[in-house]
Design a protein around this ligand. Structure first.
Ligand code: CKP
Ligand code: MG
Length: 309
């Protein structure tokens, strides 16, 4: 069984029950989220074992995160309780751009942002097949970024999602430097999109992006084109899978589902084109509901969608 360790901040998501600006939303629905937690759930649904290396608050939300992730089959034995609070974010849906969501973070100084190199157990990192993290973990604190560096230095294989969140960086130049720094440490599978690639490399076009990332040592590129679909590149191989046209409730988490499903299948030796198809189908299901990870399918349900549409 493929075993992955992911480093990042699990969060409590408060998702608006109704559409429109949050100042007039009265009711919110609670979910467990956070990019790397979502990634772990998706990887587990596709047969991987996933250990989340993280901190949560020693509070009701922290216990909620740990119990939920344990229930979803994620290994929570490397999540520590910390005396800062569990981070929270709110989701505003279909406003100001219909079909899109906006996230508002209440996470500065959170337990999750206190992740540090002491939380990175060398024995775990040596034992797993691959280590995963994202640009969010690079952004939340210096100590969290150092934790990623430490883990990537020890890891046998690495996968990384750029996930550049402008709200978490002082400026985009800082994000660019931090992502390039991780790429130079060696990333086998890179998950990204044209917006982030514009920040990192100043280009958007898929072939050009892969050419440039490859020069930086990336072997496999999963290039997400949003509502258009996604590409995968490896050496001279290139595949494209168009996105499904589905009713959008909340697109938050779609990228993590795509990353987790693709990575679990890729690491277990699946054909790239097949991994891409299941990843695109899984992310299509996630956007049809609120919550980032409840609608991630298992293999059988993903196949039902692949057959139906
Ligand atoms: O790129 P995605 O929409 O898949 O990521 C969503 C997650 O961790 C969400 O759970 C949110 O809390 C975050 O990304 C974040 O910190 O932005
Ligand atoms: Mg993303």
């Amino acid at each position: 069984m493929t075993w992955i360790a992911a480093l990042g901040e699990p969060l409590i998501e408060l998702n608006a029950l109704t559409r429109g600006p949050l100042r007039y939303v009265q009711f919110f629905e609670k979910h467990v989220a956070g990019s790397e937690a979502n990634f772990c759930i998706a990887a587990v649904m596709f047969g991987a074992r996933c250990s989340l290396v993280a901190r949560v608050g020693d509070d009701e939300f922290g216990r909620n995160v740990v119990e939920y992730l344990r229930g979803r089959g994620v290994d929570v034995s490397h999540i520590k309780f910390d005396n800062a609070p569990t981070g929270v974010f709110f989701v505003q849906r279909h406003y100001p751009v219909p079909g899109r969501s906006v996230m508002f973070y209440y996470r500065r100084g959170s337990a999750g942002s206190r992740l540090s190199p002491v939380d990175v157990d060398e024995a775990l990192i040596k034992a797993v097949d691959a280590v995963h993290s994202t640009g969010i973990t690079l952004a939340i604190s210096d100590s969290a970024r150092e934790a990623v560096h430490k883990a990537f230095e020890i890891a046998k294989r690495t996968t990384f999602d750029t996930n550049i969140r402008p709200a978490l960086w002082r400026n985009l130049e800082e994000a660019r430097v931090a992502v390039l720094d991780v790429l130079r440490r060696g990333v086998e599978v890179l998950i990204t999109d044209p917006d982030d690639t514009e920040v990192v490399l100043g280009v958007r076009e898929p072939e050009e992006a892969y050419r440039r990332y490859r020069e930086l040592g990336v072997e496999v590129l999963l290039y997400k084109m949003g509502a258009r679909g996604a590409y995968v590149f490896r050496g001279d191989e290139k595949y494209f899978k168009p996105a499904y046209s589905v009713p959008v409730e909340d697109p938050t988490g779609a990228g993590d589902a795509m990353a987790g499903v693709f990575t679990a299948m890729y690491l277990s030796g699946a054909e790239l084109e097949k991994a891409l198809a299941y990843a695109v189908a899984s992310s299509a299901l996630v956007v049809t509901v609120r919550g980032d990870n409840e609608a991630v399918p298992d293999v059988k349900d993903a196949e039902a969608l692949l057959r139906a549409l």
